[in-house]
Design a protein around this ligand. Structure first.
Ligand SMILES: [Zn+2]
Ligand SMILES: [Zn+2]
Length: 271
């Protein structure tokens, strides 16, 4: 199936220990879907003890840069392979991240509050899920305010924990306060189709939050969060429908960390 969006902005590599396929295979998948390219955004190295089993080790960062450079070279002239990074954010991580981000020629940097990993839970979960959700959205706004990132990944990821009791209306005041702060920073937010395959069975973010994002004019990106090549561009048709329903008419891409807007062709949105 052909994709109506030119890039998949969120993809992984085997270096994070829970994804399969070399970047070349993801790029081939994009080519087959008629896309212009992919952004490789694997999980960044973090300080000791921060979920080392789901990310590359600090000493592997050079190998990551080399891996993406190799794929870029191999696919040159056929499909674009662009260097990105998905960074875990928590308050206090800023100095580590600042140094890391400055050390590589990254085109696109995602900031992620990974509320499901044990290190984050240990630091911030105090037994009350509603309070945890509210804190998550505060951290998301802090991530934007840190100015380290181009975009916030899977913005309502916290809904995937205890998905049955998730109701965005019940934390809407916290969400709105966070979105007001994010809108002031100019940082983009991601429409991430991987949520459809998780407990929450819904795109990150859901329709209510996406409408609030649209109403504030916050730029949006679209990514599959592919952890295997066949998920490149997955459910982008549903992402386009969700964007249309939220009144959002364009998506953003970051090249060399500068934002470009791409207008969605309304004919591409299938009923
Ligand atoms: Zn993530
Ligand atoms: Zn990811």
């Amino acid at each position: 199936m052909t994709s109506t969006l030119p890039y998949d902005t969120h993809t992984h590599t085997p270096l994070c220990k829970h994804a399969e396929g070399e970047p070349e295979a993801y790029a081939e998948a994009a080519l087959r879907r008629g896309m212009k390219g992919i952004f490789v955004t694997c999980h960044n190295p973090m300080p000791d003890g921060w979920s080392p089993n789901v990310r590359m080790a600090p000493e592997e960062f050079g190998a990551y840069l080399a891996l993406v450079a190799r794929a870029k070279q191999a696919m040159s002239g056929r499909v674009e392979v662009r260097l990105g990074l998905e960074c875990d954010y928590f308050p206090g991580a800023e100095p580590w991240l600042e140094k890391q981000i400055a050390s590589a020629p990254l085109e696109y940097v995602l900031g992620s509050v990974h509320s499901h990993i044990s290190a984050y839970k240990q630091a911030f979960f105090r037994g009350d899920m509603q309070a945890y959700r509210a804190l998550y959205f505060d951290h998301l706004a802090r991530a934007a305010e840190s100015k380290l990132f181009d975009c916030l990944a899977h913005p309502d990821l916290v809904k995937n924990q205890d998905a049955e009791s998730w109701n965005p209306e019940s934390v809407l005041d916290d969400i709105r306060r966070a979105l007001d702060r994010i809108a002031k920073t100019g940082v983009a937010m991601e429409v991430n189709t991987s949520g459809l395959n998780k407990f929450c069975e819904e795109i990150f973010p859901g329709p209510l939050i996406l409408r609030e994002i649209g109403a504030r004019g916050i730029p949006v990106t679209v990514g599959s969060d592919a952890h295997k090549p066949e998920r490149i561009g997955a459910d982008f048709d549903l992402a386009l429908k969700a964007l249309a329903a939220a009144g959002i008419e364009s998506v953003s891409y970051f090249f060399e960390r500068r934002r470009t807007e791409f207008r969605i062709n309304p004919d591409a949105i299938t009923a």
